[in-house]
Design a binder for this molecule. Structure first.
Ligand code: HEM
Length: 450
C-alpha cells in the first residue's frame, strides 16, 4: 500500500491515542523516529508540509508510528482500516473524538463555545446535531438557496472569464459590513489557524499582549470577531422575523428551548464555518481548475456530459450531479488526488494495483460508465477526504454541490487552456502549496469562450 496520508491528532488527543492504541497492541508504544530529548522532532518537522515527512516515516515505520514534540507524543495513523477502527469503531471512537485544548478555542471561541475546537462532550454532540439540522432546514426550506448559490458561482465564473454558505438567507452586497467582517475574519483567522503560528500562541499565550507580529495578529482577530458579532450576529438577531429562513435565524429560534445556546455559541458557529468552509472551498475549487487546465481531455468529456444532460438553456442544479457520473467522478478524483486536508484524512488505499500518482477520474467509474457505488471498496473503505466518525465534516453536501456547480458553470461556456507563454506548474500533489489546507500553486491559464 502506498500512503499519502494519514491522520494526525493534536496534543492531548494524541497522547490518549497513544495510550489506547498502545494498550490494544499489548502495551508497547508504536515505533517512530527518535529525536532530541524533550524537543523531539520540534526543530526537524516543517508544520506546513508535515504530510510529506509523514509519508516518508510511514514507509519506514509502517501503519502506525509515534514521535514527540515538546514532550508531547503524537501518534500518526496511516492505514484506512486503523483510521476507521480508531474513529468509527465501537471500542475507540468516543475516546478518540476529542480535540486538544487550543489557543483559538480558549481565547477566540469564548471558552470553547463552538463545535470545531470543543472536546466531544455531550454538549458538543448536541450542538453539532442541532446545527446540522438547521443547515438542512435552510437548504430545504429557503426557496432562494440554490439561486443565491448559483448567482455567486456565476459571478465568480464571470470574474474568471472577464479577467481579461450562506449565513443570512440572502445575498450580501459587496459593501455590506457583514460581508466585510466575514472576509476580514477569513483572512486573519486563517493566519492564526496555521499550525506554526498557533503553536507559538499555545506555548506562550501571553505573547498576545506584546507589540509585534503575534500581538498585532491577535488584536486583528479580536477586532474582526467583534465586527462579526455586531455586524452579523446582532444585526440579524435584531431583524429576525417569524418567517426568516437562514442558519442564524434557525439557531436564534432554537434559543427559546435550548437555554445553553447563547449568542456566543451562535458566533462560535459563524467563526467555525468561516474557518472550515472558505479555505477548503478555495483549495478544492482552485485545485480542480488547475487539474482541468492540465487535463484537456477530461474537460472535453465533462463538456460533452454538460451538453447531453444540462444543455445550454437551463442553469445547472446540484441534483444534476447524480445524472453526470463522469463529472462526479472527476470531483471524487480531485479530492482523492490532491488530498487537500492531508493531515486529517486519507485518500489512499491498500491495493498495490491502484496507483496514488496520476489523475484518473475513471477509477471511480464502473465498466458501463456509471459511478462506483458508495459501498464499493474504493469509496467505502479507502476514500475519506471529509474524515470519519463523530468529528467528520459538516459541510460534505455543500462541498460537493459547490464543486459541481462551479465546474459545470465554468465549462458549459468556456474552455480552459494552458497559458500562451510560460508553462503550468507541475500537477504532482506533493508540490501543492503547503498549509493547513493544501492549495493549487499560483498559475495562469487562458479562459476562452466556446
Ligand atoms: C471540499 C471541502 C472540504 C473538505 C475536504 C473538508 C474536510 C474536513 C475534514 C477532513 C474535517 C475533519 C474531520 C475530523 O476531524 O475527523 C472537517 C471538519 C469540519 N468541516 Fe469540513 N471540509 C470541507 C468543506 C467544509 C464546508 C464547506 C463546511 C461548512 C459548511 C465545513 C465544515 C466543517 C466543520 C464545522 C468541521 C468540524 C466538525 C467537528 O469538529 O466536529 N467543511 N472537514
Amino acid at each position: 500500500m502506498e500512503i499519502i496520508l494519514l491522520c494526525v491528532f493534536g496534543v492531548l488527543f494524541v497522547t490518549l491515542a497513544a495510550m489506547v492504541l498502545g494498550k490494544s497492541r499489548g502495551g508497547t508504544c508504536p515505533p517512530g523516529p527518535s529525536g532530541i530529548p524533550f524537543f523531539g522532532q520540534a526543530f526537524s518537522l516543517s508544520v506546513n508540509s508535515a504530510h510529506l515527512q509523514f509519508s516518508e516515516w510511514a514507509r519506514q515505520f509502517g501503519d502506525i508510528f509515534m514521535f514527540s514534540m515538546f514532550g508531547t507524543k503524537v501518534v500518526v495513523l496511516n492505514s484506512p482500516d486503523l483510521i476507521k477502527k480508531a474513529f468509527a469503531g465501537k471500542e475507540l471512537a468516543l475516546k478518540l473524538s476529542d480535540r486538544p485544548p487550543s489557543f483559538i478555542g480558549h481565547y477566540v471561541a469564548n471558552g470553547y463555545k463552538d463545535i470545531l475546537f470543543r472536546r466531544y462532550d455531550e454538549l458538543c454532540s448536541k450542538f453539532k446535531a442541532l446545527t446540522l439540522k438547521a443547515m438542512y432546514t435552510v437548504r430545504d426550506e429557503n426557496q432562494d438557496f440554490e439561486s443565491i448559490q448559483m448567482a455567486e458561482i456565476n459571478d465568480y465564473v464571470r470574474n474568471i472569464a472577464d479577467n481579461d454558505g450562506d449565513f443570512t438567507g440572502k445575498r450580501l452586497e459587496d459593501d455590506d459590513p457583514a460581508l466585510q467582517a466575514i472576509a476580514s475574519f477569513d483572512e486573519v483567522g486563517n493566519e492564526l489557524i496555521n499550525p506554526a503560528v498557533h503553536l507559538v500562541f499555545k506555548v506562550a499565550p501571553w505573547i498576545r499582549y506584546l507589540p509585534g507580529y503575534y500581538g498585532n495578529l491577535y488584536r486583528k482577530v479580536m477586532t474582526s470577531k467583534e465586527s462579526l458579532r455586531n455586524d452579523l450576529v446582532n444585526t440579524l438577531k435584531s431583524q429576525l422575523q417569524d418567517d426568516s429562513v437562514s442558519l442564524l435565524a434557525e439557531l436564534f429560534k432554537l434559543q427559546t428551548t435550548e437555554t445553553w445556546l447563547t449568542d456566543d455559541h451562535v458566533l462560535g458557529v459563524v467563526m467555525d464555518l468561516i474557518n472550515t468552509s472558505t479555505l477548503t472551498s478555495r483549495g478544492v475549487l482552485s485545485g480542480i481548475l488547475f487539474l482541468l487546465v492540465h487535463h484537456q481531455q477530461v474537460q472535453t468529456r465533462i463538456r460533452q456530459e454538460i451538453d447531453d444532460v444540462i444543455g445550454q438553456e437551463k442553469q445547472p442544479t446540484a441534483d444534476d450531479m447524480y445524472r453526470m457520473p463522469f463529472t462526479y467522478a472527476c470531483i471524487l478524483e480531485t479530492l482523492r488526488y490532491q488530498s487537500h486536508l492531508a493531515l486529517t484524512a486519507t485518500h489512499t488505499n491498500a491495493e498495490e494495483n491502484i496507483e496514488i500518482e496520476g489523475f484518473r477520474p475513471t477509477r471511480f467509474l464502473q465498466e458501463d460508465g456509471s459511478l462506483l457505488t458508495e459501498t464499493s471498496e474504493l469509496r467505502h473503505s479507502y476514500f475519506m477526504p471529509f474524515g470519519v466518525g463523530f468529528r467528520s465534516c459538516m459541510g460534505v453536501k455543500t462541498a460537493y454541490s459547490r464543486m459541481f456547480l462551479f465546474v459545470t458553470a465554468l465549462l458549459r461556456n468556456h474552455e480552459l487552456l494552458p497559458p500562451s507563454s510560460g508553462s503550468l506548474p507541475s500537477s504532482d500533489p506533493r508540490e501543492l502549496a503547503p498549509g493547513t489546507v493544501l492549495q493549487a500553486p499560483d498559475f495562469t491559464c487562458r479562459v476562452v469562450s466556446r
